[in-house]
Design a protein around this ligand. Structure first.
Ligand SMILES: [Zn+2]
Length: 137
């Protein structure tokens, strides 16, 4: 089995066995190429990764909001091998105004801390769509 197939299968099984309703909803939005995360209607906290309740005030009164489509690279690394990633994939944190730092796949040449990156999507084996951020030229 090719490593990409392993990644797709691991992601699918992970959602099924370890995910909750927030994870299922998060991935179903991604299937439609929408990157949404929950925002607490009680205290305003935006959370990533998504949870079924607010980590600050424990309210379950959440609404799903679009993640802004651009941000800046906060940190990154070349990942030799990890769940969902294979060399020479780059993973890192992208700082998004009003949201915070999001762990994500990052693509582009000559990446530097502070570079502007834009939201895009990648389909992995198994038909799963994941978010990524790309540095455009
Ligand atoms: Zn809250």
């Amino acid at each position: 089995m090719d490593i990409r197939q392993v990644i797709g299968r691991a992601t699918k099984e992970g959602i099924k066995h370890y995910g909750d309703s927030a994870a299922e909803k998060f991935y179903s939005f991604l299937q439609n190429r929408e990157f949404k995360i929950p925002k607490c209607q009680s205290c305003g906290v935006i959370q990533f990764p998504p949870r079924r309740f607010c980590p600050l005030c424990y309210s379950e009164n959440l609404v799903w909001v679009d993640v802004p489509k651009s941000g800046r690279i906060y940190s990154f690394t070349n990942q030799k091998r990890a769940l969902r990633f294979t060399y020479p994939d780059v993973i890192g944190f992208v700082e998004i105004e009003g949201v915070g730092r999001i762990l994500t796949k990052i693509e582009g040449e000559d990446l530097k801390i502070g570079d502007k990156v834009e939201l895009d999507f990648v389909e992995v084996d198994g038909g799963i769509i994941l978010h990524k951020f790309v540095k455009r030229k």
